[in-house]
Design a protein around this ligand. Sequence first.
Ligand SMILES: Cc1ncc(COP(=O)(O)O)c(C=O)c1O
Length: 489
Amino acid sequence: MSLRIPAAKLAPLKDLPVEGTAAYRVLAGGIRDWLMDGRLVPGTVLPSERALTATLGVSRTTVTRAYQELVKEGYAATRRGSGTVVRFPGAGPRRLSPFGPQLTDPTDDQVDFTCAASAAPPGLMGAVEAAMCELGAHARGIGYHPRGMPALREAVAQRYRDRGVPTSAENILIVPGALAGAAVVARARVRAGDRVLIESPTYPNVTEALRAERARLVGIGVAGGWHGAEIAQAVARTRPRLAFLIPDYHNPTGTLMDDATRAEIAQILDAGESTAVIDETMAELDLSGDDGLARPAPFAAYSASALTIGSMSKSFWGGIRVGWIRAPRHDMEALHAASLTFSLGCSALDELVAVHLLADAEHIVAARRAALRQARDSLAGLLRTHLPTWEFTLPPGGLTLWCRLPEPVAVTVAAEAERLGVYVVPGVRFAVGGGMAHHVRLPYAGDPATFLGAVERLRSAYDAALRAPSSLPTPRDPVTLGERDALIA
Ligand SMILES: Cc1ncc(COP(=O)(O)O)c(C=O)c1O
């Protein structure tokens, strides 16, 4: 079942310049551009001709012919009983391989912009030494804690209490990272064919975890933030079992959902009996400068049924393979049973290290925020100088700049950049069902000393992409970065 876009959302198309071109062509081009850059998710039903005519103040013939033009070009199809549905030309959607060899050891000359992840904080070795001292006592037992070590579950619960959400250790299931947490939730909750609402763009490995359980994904556009009315309509029409959201520094856009929108969406999902699955992997990475004091309340404060996923990976280090799911007590057994189909728990040493890192979280995370703020501003400044036509909104947190290029050449830029030793992920990898051909994600979690050289090479890659318009790939082309596929974090 498809979602119909409200005519009001297309109102900005009223302002497209029409000089010298037939109005219907301009309108068709505008709709195609919105599809290409992700403002319209493939599979969305366009407004009725009558509604769009009224919204845009154009003639009915203009809208009719624009829709016909889109169908002729393959960017829309007419479906009996549904209307005109936007899509990409060509056959059915191609699956992108999500996993593959990563650029584990970049040489001095290579810059890996594929992973939004930082090096370990200075406090890591102290935490490891403290954990080693405690390991002896644990070594007398068998070392398995399939729900997580009690001390770690309590430490995680305490962090939620600190953020104003009553939580006990009984509400916490420890899992080997946030991606594992998403896979556990999908295994526990999704039956083949269930619909799952998901932002587009979004973190692609989670998309694959949901697809692995044969979820049918319903993409929700998040360009410019979350729109309650659109989500309400999606819930009403598709009755999704889950809604997977990243409200706290959304990956890849860095957007933060405000309190009012959290309350609104929580209410919509509760009323539609759809469970919110909230990925808080980036939640601690507030870069507003006030160390998170003005952060919105956790989504769980608005939704008692929400399942929240968290991780040590971004606030501390990705090498500590520890994450968690916070859930209502009555969901814990099903989640635990699902997690046992993947693993019997995390490494005891990692869990002990996590306890020590969490005990020192205020210092460690404050230092990380300060470093990231500088790194974000430095990368943003370089882009403004060297690639002034690339647009981005400075994100209030998280690890990435979501850049919009004037032309839909992101895949070619990625391929050209790789030739120059810079590895970037184009927008299509984050799109649910294709599109985002104008976007690249640039993380600023790496070493700022590498940014200038990387941006200069991106500039060369962009120039090369513009010189080769005939080689433009379609927005559906699978993105293999050269011979390899990239691990994306
Ligand atoms: C939104 C989001 N969820 C999950 C993950 C995976 O995190 P982990 O390393 O804890 O599995 C990432 C990593 O980048 C992420 O950005």
